[in-house]
Ligand binder design. Sequence first.
Ligand SMILES: *[C@@H]1O[C@H](CO)[C@@H](O)[C@H](O)[C@H]1NC(C)=O
Ligand SMILES: *[C@@H]1O[C@H](CO)[C@@H](O)[C@H](O)[C@H]1NC(C)=O
Length: 583
Amino acid sequence: MVILCLKSLVLFFMITMAVSASDLNGSATPFPALIVFGDSIMDTGNNNLLPTISKCNFLPYGKDFSGHRPTGRFSNGKVPSDLIASRLGIKEIVPAYLNPELEDKDLPTGVCFASGSSGYDPLTSQLNSVLSMNHQLVLFKDYKWRLKEYLGEANANVIIEKSLFVVSSGSNDVANTYFGATIRRAQYSFSDYAKFLVQSASSFVQELHQLGARSIAVLGLPPLGCLPSQRTLAGGLQRDCVSLYNQASQEYNSLLITELKSLSNRFSGSTIIYVDIYNKLLGIIQHPKHYGLEVSTNGCCGTGKFELGILLASVPAVIAFGDSLIDPGNNNVLKTVSKCDFPPYGRDFPGHKPTGRWSNGKIPTDFITSYLGIKEYLPAYLDTELKDSDLLTGVSFASGGSGFDNITAKIAFANVLTLWDQLKLFEDYKEKLKVIVGEEEMINIVSNSLYIVCAGTNDLAWTYFTARLRKEYDLPSYIDFMLNSASSFLNDLYGLGARKIGVIGISSIGCLPLERTVNGGISRDCVDSHNQASLKFNYKLITELERLASELPGSSIVFMDVYDSVLDLIQNPEKHGIQLLPS
Ligand SMILES: *[C@@H]1O[C@H](CO)[C@@H](O)[C@H](O)[C@H]1NC(C)=O
Ligand SMILES: *[C@@H]1O[C@H](CO)[C@@H](O)[C@H](O)[C@H]1NC(C)=O
């Protein structure tokens, strides 16, 4: 994570943003609201509410903020989101959208969706368990919906159309995910990675435009090689700026400038601008005294230690529970019609064989295990060819058609494994493992493994909305029922020894092919109200996971936004302008 020294950033942002604000001010109508997306430069406290260790809700952060309280801002005082808003005369501080104290009256002047440690690369936010850019867009949709409820549709639309949108992301991708870790460097040259990031930035801006934004400012990268952390790590004894990283920033920035120009031409009637922070910041770093600063090479307000541990260190095995998204073939051996062990499934799998995976190729758990360097594929526990040695590095108990609601597996999908059936198999797995490696090592593996849980989609999309098997519930009470069930499952899993648990949120169910066909009318549209249900569920799930994690000693339980972002990236690499998987 990049801990930026925000005291100097703040100054330079005031200058930069004054310029860009007047660039955007052509229409002579003041902006009614400021809406912000991105990373720690902009985050006003969203990470407080996330199950992540990337937080700044403790002193000395916030020591110069009003009331001297840490708010979750990655700064001693205000962050650029606040400064821009007050500069534009909108309001003094921009509230974090996830702040539970947010009130309806805060909505019309704008909110902040940014999340420290996030990036355009979905892997960046996934590694840190923070809000991906996609997730921020999901929350923005929720915001729009709340705004409509509050002000009426017409007024809400006017606010969205006239607001200033600011996007600041990419620093963590380049400094940490690319240069700080190995996976992306093994896959991409820097030029290709920069293209990939700029493509993601471009898709993000296009989606914002589609959602009604008309004035969008996108920040470039700062001279990353001059950040205090990079100087310490790679700047030698003199702690010089690291020119390799500065060149990387410049390469990315020039691609971004070109891309934003082309978007701006394409969307006439919109203002889409690039905000240079590279040259202004470099000027300040090189001539701090001109700007009233004494020191520009050290961080001013961090706690002096690295504040991000890596949750994923030393994971011996991956163990999965859930539904078709992560079922590698357990259903093949069940007496059920919910199977896909026939072509075209598996078309792009090695040997082009249908394995029972509900996919043309790999599924998310395969991607996660290979990312962790454990193995290429996470096998099905019920696979008849499973070997003893496979157990040591993990298996999947997931069963296509399962859900948090037991009747989803039993009735709606005709006899697949419920989550609790899967837990029984897990107990069986532990016994087998004990025979192979002895009790002590079994306990060691079980407590250090990464557990992936993925369920809920079938409950909402099928059991509730389509088959209507839960008529006794209205939607809010069914969502609460699902959450209770998820919570009791996670408690049981913890009881069996699991400690590191990632829970995959559910996707926009209203856009699933099945939903479009059954509920989308003649034109097979996405079903908006059903997408809204996914949002509500995910939103409440995040809160519930944080509560659980604080209640269960020694646990890390995190929300993972794998479906929307990583999966899409894997399945549609060309859409992201990239060949992701080594062929
Ligand atoms: C934007 O324009 C309005 C109206 O002309 C003006 O009052 C305001 O000061 C301008 N803001 C900036 C930052 O230039
Ligand atoms: C689902 O079934 C299991 C036993 O098979 C039970 O322990 C669990 O409480 C059930 N869950 C719900 C939400 O009813």
